[in-house]
Write a new protein. Structure first.
Length: 202
């Protein structure tokens, strides 16, 4: 049975996540969070020491949700099915970034926020490990170093695509092409990021 204290922390984190996405991390504060949930400031401080502690928790939760998108069970899948699931996971990664722009920006910010936080480091590594698992399943690469390098290449590609699509000027002449990419993410990724002659199920 989940304790009241744990339930409150989950509610606080989910609410903070929503507020951060709606209004940005700059406007979020422990007082705003307390008012939104309907608890005292003291109740919030029992779970989060300060704003940085709260933002670190949000950042960790962002990687947790992103990791659930990248986690694929390849057991029993054919080579084509496994690759299709991997490409779909990559497309869902891009969609996550587009639908959670404030959270995504916080997750990949260059600040020292959460730099020494073990929970954040562990969750970020788990998320990346799901990508490595997909590469190991779908690409004929001989060594762990090659799989790691390929994983970085794919991550850089999808991350860069999110960045471009999030900051694209809607008045740009290529808007129709951008719309096509967003509406056809799996096709786009197959034709670009995953279009290599050396891939195939191991």
């Amino acid at each position: 049975m989940i304790s009241h204290r744990k339930k409150l922390k989950v509610e606080l984190l989910n609410t903070a996540y929503r507020l951060c996405e709606a209004d940005g991390s700059e406007r979020l504060s422990l007082r705003v969070l307390a008012a939104e949930v309907g608890v005292s400031h003291t109740a919030v401080y029992r779970h989060f020491k300060n704003k940085n502690d709260l933002l670190t928790a949000i950042k960790t939760e962002g990687f947790n949700r992103l990791g659930s998108i990248l986690q694929v069970n390849y057991a029993g899948l054919t080579a084509n099915q496994a690759m299709a699931e991997f490409v779909l996971a990559a497309a869902n990664y891009v969609q996550f970034g587009l639908e959670n722009r404030q959270i995504y920006a916080l997750m990949f910010s260059q600040s020292d926020l959460g730099l020494n936080d073990k929970d954040l480091a562990d969750q970020r590594q788990r998320t990346f490990n799901y990508l490595i698992a997909g590469v190991a399943k779908n690409f004929e690469l001989a060594s762990p170093k090659q799989r790691l390098n390929k994983s970085y290449q794919i991550w850089a590609s999808v991350h860069g695509l999110v960045d471009i699509l999030c900051h694209h000027n809607p008045d740009d002449e290529i808007q129709s092409n951008v719309d096509w990419i967003i509406n056809n993410l799996t096709t786009y990724l197959v034709e670009t990021t995953f279009n290599e002659p050396n891939h195939g199920a191991r």
